[in-house]
Structures are given as C-alpha cells and as structure tokens.
Design a protein around this ligand. Structure first.
Ligand SMILES: NC(=O)c1ccc[n+]([C@@H]2O[C@H](COP(=O)([O-])OP(=O)(O)OC[C@H]3O[C@@H](n4cnc5c(N)ncnc54)[C@H](OP(=O)(O)O)[C@@H]3O)[C@@H](O)[C@H]2O)c1
Length: 416
C-alpha cells in the first residue's frame, strides 16, 4: 500500500474544486470505489506547541490535514471543548509525540468530506472525541480535523453544538471505565439501552486489541467480577465533567451512586443527575467513614477522577477481601492509582485507546451516544462559551488550570 505522509496533501486544496480517485491513491485496491472531491482551502489556522512548558502559538499557514483512507472524514471545526490534559500535557511534558505538535481532544463541527460508505454524511454536524492524540491530523486546535466515521457522533438539532463539543472524551472515558473495566451492561438501561461493551470486546479478535490494554480489556469479562444493577459505586471527583457523565451512565444502567464532591457548590446538580448519596470532599476521613457506613463496609466498585491521593482515600472505602465466589473489589483511577496496593483489590486504568483502535467498539459507543443525545437521556455539561477562536485558547486554559471554571467546561467558539 502506498504510504502517504500526513503532511503531504494528496489533493491540492486551493480555492478550486479538485478530485482524485481512490484507485489512484491505493492502486492495489481497485475494487473499492472512493472518490474525494473537496472544495476548500489548503492551509488553515492552527495552534502549534513548539516546546514543552510553552504556550501554544497561533499560525495561519498550517496544512489542512489529508484523508488517508475511506474510514476517515474531514470535519470543519465549529467548537472546541477544553480538557485538563490540554494544559497538563505541555506543563508536565507528557502526551506530546513530537514537536511542534497540535493538541486538543474534543471538537464538534460539520463533516465536509466523507466516503459514501461512512456512517456519517457530508453536511452532518458531529462531535468527535479525539482520543487518538498520536495522530496530529485528528487534533482539535485547528480549523479542520480528520476523524474516523466510527468515532464521530451526530448531534441532533435539538442539542447545542457547543455543549456537545464538551462531552466526547468524558463520555468515552466513562463508558469504557464502567462498560469494559467494570463490565457494566448498558443494554440494561430501560431509558436508552446501550451496548454491552464486555460482549463487544469478547467478540473481537484479541490480536486487534493493542497489547498494552489487553489485560484491562479482559478484566471485566468474568461474570462474578462484573458490576450489576443494584450495586453501589463511589465516584471521587463527581463534579468533574467525567464525573457527571459517569454518574449518569451508572444510573441509566441501575447502579446506586455515591458522589464525592464539594456539595455546597455542586450538590444540587448532582442530585438533578440522580446521585443517591452526596459526600462532601473537604473532610476526607469523614468522607471515607460515610461511604463505608452507607455501604455497610461492602463497597466493591469505586472510580477516582481526581488523582493518586484521592484514589488512595477511595481505596480505604472498599471491602478489600476476596469473597467466597472468588470476586474482588475494583478501583479505577483516571488520573493515577495508589502507590501502596491491596492484594485483594483489582486496580484499573481506562483502556481509552480501545475507542479509536477498535471500529466495532467505537461505532457502538458513538451510536449509543447519538441515541442518548436524541432521547435526552444524557444531560450535557454546563459550559462557558468563549469567543475569540483559537486565539483565546491559551487564556482559557489558564482559567482551567486555576480551577476558575469549576464544574463547567470551557468551549471555544470557532464559528464567529
Ligand atoms: N485517563 C484518561 O483517559 C482520562 C480521560 C478523561 C479524563 N481524565 C482525567 O480525569 C480528570 C478529570 O477530567 P475532567 O475533564 O472531567 O475534569 P474537569 O471537568 O476539568 O474537573 C473540574 C472539577 O474537578 C473538581 N476537583 C478538583 N479537585 C478535587 C478534589 N480534590 N476532589 C474532588 N473534586 C475535585 C473541581 O471541583 P471544585 O469545583 O470543588 O473545585 C471541578 O468541579 C483529569 O485529571 C483528566 O486528565 C483522564
């Protein structure tokens, strides 16, 4: 197969319309019909990270990324949702494959190019969780981005495109944490049934799952370890965007949810979203005692969304014994796990890359997300909508870093 560099647009995208046939690009696969025809610019505005611990630099001559295969679509970005990783990555020098680099994990926009076989059409408004951060073409801090059609969810006209831009990565992390790591069956939701991701994973060829997440992907497969309706789950950091989504997905599938957060600030919203028990985060020993009291010391599932220290606190709330049926307690850390571990607890990290590496998983997840948005079963994060386009990203990330956004997502408007 011909290898085409991400930096080498094989269609010249000047101001005129150009087209090129799939056969010209992939001559070995002449049986497949795939024709590009795209009207648009060849360069765009983008934010470049030129060095770690630096701010992003706005450039106006970055190449519009190219479609490389028929699973890929081109999206004109309308709104960008900011994630903590967008400032943490440069600040702590991680998640940067090379320099200069383009970052940005959540986007929403208009599909301007898609193959006829794709599950989305040109003109569709979609949200894209850009978890494949090693592919610079898919980053959100630019005017046009590549996505795969199985990672793009259509936004119904009833839902705000800007609020939808804030949702993607949080949804992917929550759904995989609950559905794969803990084995929660979303098909059990009566309000909006979703996939049984454990079953989807079971049907995959194991070789198609990246080696570094294989163990995590199969950890929830055993029936006795899977969380089920009626079980308790505790979320530390429930007022994070990821926490709000995790709470909602857990409630949809029938779990009882304990939310640890600043209750004076976020309690009302957590109650609206279905929290069963609220625990204030500021007195940590009291929080542990309350969780143990409410669950009679039998808590088996917990998710931390804040960091290693709170994951360590959460560890103390779990019933750390192997039960008679051989099952364990489970702790998942989205931002770190305790240093000192308990041999009776199974520790998890979210297998986030399953979303973009496995088309069946990605497609089932975005199809369900479309239904969740359409049916209204999922409430969107509250957002702070920011004008000023890419030029306002650095200042907005500083607000995020300072914690000023507290409980809300900052969304950058690119349409204005
Ligand atoms: N591994 C992955 O693939 C993955 C995926 C998604 C997210 N994450 C990580 O998960 C974390 C949350 O991400 P997000 O985007 O959902 O966050 P976010 O929406 O930006 O989170 C902001 C919230 O965090 C709360 N918070 C801060 N310190 C806290 C503490 N000690 N205890 C409880 N709550 C606290 C704040 O509450 P107050 O208002 O009370 O200050 C605020 O409401 C980030 O570290 C992110 O990198 C990882």
């Amino acid at each position: 197969m011909t290898v085409i560099s991400a930096y080498t647009p094989f269609v010249s995208l000047n101001d005129k319309q150009h087209s090129i046939s799939y056969e010209e690009i992939y001559p070995e696969e002449r049986s497949e019909k795939f024709t590009f025809a795209y009207l648009g610019p060849s360069t765009q505005r983008a934010l470049l990270l030129k060095a770690a611990r630096e701010q992003y630099t706005l450039v106006t001559d970055h190449a519009v990324p190219s479609i490389l295969n028929k699973d890929e679509i081109l999206v004109k970005i309308v709104a960008i949702g900011l994630n903590p990783i967008d400032w943490k990555g440069p600040a702590f020098n991680f998640g940067i494959p090379s320099l200069p680099w383009v970052n940005g994990r959540d986007l929403a926009g208009i599909v301007v190019k898609a193959d006829k076989s794709a599950r989305v059409r040109e003109g569709d408004i979609v949200l894209v969780p850009s978890t494949d951060y090693r592919d610079i073409r898919k980053a959100a801090f630019q005017e046009y981005a590549i996505a795969t059609h199985f990672n793009a969810a259509r936004i119904p006209p009833t839902r705000s495109i800007h609020a939808s831009a804030s949702l993607g990565v949080a949804f992917v992390a929550s759904a995989l944490a609950l559905g794969v790591s803990f084995g929660l069956d979303f098909a059990l939701s009566s309000a909006c049934p979703g996939p049984d991701l454990t079953e989807v994973v079971r049907q995959l060829d194991m070789e198609t799952i990246p080696a570094d997440i294989r163990e995590e992907c199969y950890s929830g497969l055993s029936k006795i370890e899977r969380v089920k309706p009626g079980d308790w789950i505790a979320i530390w950091g429930a007022s994070t965007t990821t926490g709000y989504i995790t709470l909602q997905l857990a409630k949809l599938a029938g779990l009882k949810v304990i939310c640890v957060a600043d209750i004076a600030r976020h309690g009302a919203r957590l109650v609206d979203l279905g929290a069963d028990v609220l625990v204030d985060r500021h007195d940590t020993q009291r929080a542990i005692d309350i969780i143990k009291g409410v669950t009679r010391g039998k808590l088996r599932y917990a998710i931390d969304i804040v960091g290693k220290d709170t994951a360590t606190l959460l560890q103390h709330t779990l019933e750390a014994v192997v039960r008679e049926d051989g099952s364990h307690a489970h702790l998942l850390g989205l931002t770190g796990l305790p240093k000192d571990r308990n041999s009776h607890i199974i520790y998890h990290t979210v297998p986030i890359k399953l979303f973009h590496e496995s088309p069946p998983v990605g497609e089932q997840m975005v199809s369900w997300l479309e239904n969740l948005l359409h049916s209204g079963a999922l409430q969107l994060p509250e957002i702070i909508r920011t004008e000023g386009g890419l030029g306002n990203v650095n200042a907005s990330l500083e607000l995020l870093r300072q914690g000023t956004a507290s409980g809300k997502r900052i969304v950058i408007d690119l349409a204005g």
